[in-house]
Design a protein around this ligand. Sequence first.
Ligand code: ATP
Ligand code: MG
Length: 175
Amino acid sequence: MRIRRLKLAGFKSFVDPAELHIHPGLTGVVGPNGCGKSNLLEAIRWVMGEGSARSLRGGAMDDVIFAGTAQRPARDFAEVSLLVDGAGDEGEAEVVRRIERGAGSAYRINGRDVRAKDVSLLFADAATGAHSPALVSQNRIGAVIAARPAERRQMLEEAAGIAGLHVRRRDAEQK
Ligand code: ATP
Ligand code: MG
């Protein structure tokens, strides 16, 4: 599965609609402290179904909605769209999550209303998702560095999508 496009509106510091096209190869995001680099990764985790406000550096899920600045009033909703390739039978899928202040989140896949669970399944089938070890947040880097070699190997294998092969190999050896 490959992310092709990320769209945000009202999400954290991205108050105005923003659209990022992600081309094949390595993509880097650079900018001064506080410009929103981590917010972009959090937007990807959020649209994939992240359910923990704390792991998005907030106290409540509504904290992902633009909270206003001295110059701009707060927003009442946030919406993030992720366009991915190679998503199961769907091929190309646009996954959208929208949250309204005080009213919770709703999800859509290719324009259809779906449950949070359908979004989790879409990404789990592609060995990715909000809790995938392929997404390492800034505050989690310490855990990767401090991990013992065996743990670090496990993280890398999960990120590479080959962790399932060990299970299948053990099964095969027992037969
Ligand atoms: P660093 O280089 O220090 O890691 P960064 O580029 O990763 O910085 P972020 O942490 O993504 O920066 O962005 C932080 C900014 O986002 C802060 O200015 C913060 O005020 C703003 N921000 C976070 N949540 C909201 C919100 N709900 N409404 C408005 N602004 C927000
Ligand atoms: Mg950061």
